[in-house]
Ligand binder design. Structure first.
Ligand code: HEC
Length: 106
């Protein structure tokens, strides 16, 4: 009995970072590849290795997930809206990614 409980705990601890990592990978792919024009052209984001200077430096801005969802869905200023190109799921993924790697998710 006790052994099963211990194993179950190990499995849970082992799995959750994995799912989180793959969510972040998906968001990173949207940021660097799926979005056209790519977010990397206009934004600096250290985790994605981008140094675009058209829009704000996201490492400094530390946007919340909601802020990213709004910007990507509707566009802001000269930033285009991506709601026709990206699925709701892709927008959620990229927003989760940006807010997490910049620390805006707190
Ligand atoms: C053509 C250049 C361009 C592209 C491509 C672009 N952005 Fe932007 N982005 C901007 C500019 C410029 C602003 C600032 C707009 C303003 O405040 O007037 C901005 C603002 C933002 C903001 C801040 C919004 C706020 O609340 O202040 C976020 C977050 C953001 N962009 C994320 C992204 C993501 C994620 C992508 C890719 C899906 C992306 N951007 C693609 C130019 C771009």
């Amino acid at each position: 009995m006790r052994k099963t409980a211990v194993l179950g705990t190990i499995a849970l601890i082992g799995l959750s970072p994995l799912t989180m990592a793959s969510d972040l990978e998906k968001g990173k792919q949207v940021f660097s590849q799926d979005a056209q024009p790519s977010c990397t052209i206009c934004h600096t984001l250290a985790d994605a290795g981008s140094a675009g200077a058209v829009g704000p430096d996201l490492d400094e801005l530390k946007p919340t997930k909601e802020q990213v969802v709004n910007a990507v869905t509707s566009g802001v200023g000269i930033m285009p809206a991506f709601n026709e190109l990206l699925s709701e799921e892709q927008i959620q993924a990229v927003a989760h990614y940006v807010a997490t790697v910049t620390g805006g998710n707190k």
